[in-house]
Design a protein around this ligand. Sequence first.
Ligand SMILES: Nc1nc2c([nH]c(=O)n2[C@@H]2O[C@H](COP(=O)(O)OP(=O)(O)OP(=O)(O)O)[C@@H](O)[C@H]2O)c(=O)[nH]1
Ligand SMILES: [Mg+2]
Length: 309
Amino acid sequence: MSKVIHVAAAAIFNESGELLLALRHQKQHQGGLWEFPGGKVEAGETVRDALARELQEELGIEIDPLATTPLIQVPYHYPDKSVLLDVYRVNRFSGEAYGREGQPLKWIQLSELTDYHFPAANQPIVNALLLPATIAITPALAPQEYSDFIDTALLKGAGAVMLRAKHLSDAEQLSLYTALSAAYEGLLLIWNTSIEAANTVASVHLSSDRLMQLDNRADFKGRWLSASCHSSEQIKQAERLGLDYITLSPVQQTASHPDASPLGWDEFRRLVSETRLPVYALGGVSVDDLEKTIEAGGQGIAAISGFRC
Ligand SMILES: Nc1nc2c([nH]c(=O)n2[C@@H]2O[C@H](COP(=O)(O)OP(=O)(O)OP(=O)(O)O)[C@@H](O)[C@H]2O)c(=O)[nH]1
Ligand SMILES: [Mg+2]
């Protein structure tokens, strides 16, 4: 295996919330495709310092390296080279960005992101940018109680809601999911179920058992397919199937699964570093752990209890 090329890249947002893309020159590796500006980390440089240097060289802007936030790390093997894309969010910069190497630039809305063609390694970056930092998972409730739970969760900052209602039949869950989707337009509502039960649904989350039984994701017709993982074997399966993101649990001791032994933050960090998928920390975590999760390379947190009244 040839040496892995470590690349620092940036998702740069301006004050209007637009995101900067650059077009790779035809002559470059993965030429003619859009990219997140950045480049190779040099020997003796920290990744954040490399990012600041590359953004100055390529765009003529200055950033404070320490004011950046980790977005995602993507290890990826192209047939001709292996890269580790280390991507940071940049929300503040000085100067006006222009293509110092002649490359065309474009400021886009996040909602337009899927209209652009990127190198294959970038799919997890696109997903990480479109996914929220927090997912509220529903506890077992009577069907009429779910909208109260969602209202509270949204007030407490949930960016998405996962419907987990295994005490109800598939048919009851489907009608609940359908009613809630209609009532909360624009909310990412994830259904924890099987692909067979949910083939018209936009967002499905699989248990680790269902993940291990799945052969490919082709039967899934929606946008977001995710799964619960507890080991590196399950994470590898999720990657192999091209899932969009995973939850990794239990990070800490949790009342809902008292017998499961927790991974701890060091093991969470290690497992996250091995996968290109966005990873939510789950199990004994809350929004108070968000900063720690993101610094550990995670996408964010998923939780039940922190989002209840
Ligand atoms: N900057 C950047 N590189 C990416 C992205 N996606 C992706 O696969 N890469 C790959 O990462 C590698 C390094 O990127 P680069 O070409 O920007 O490196 P650089 O600025 O140091 O360029 P140079 O070698 O021309 O001086 C390339 O093989 C490129 O194809 C992306 O979104 N941004
Ligand atoms: Mg570059």
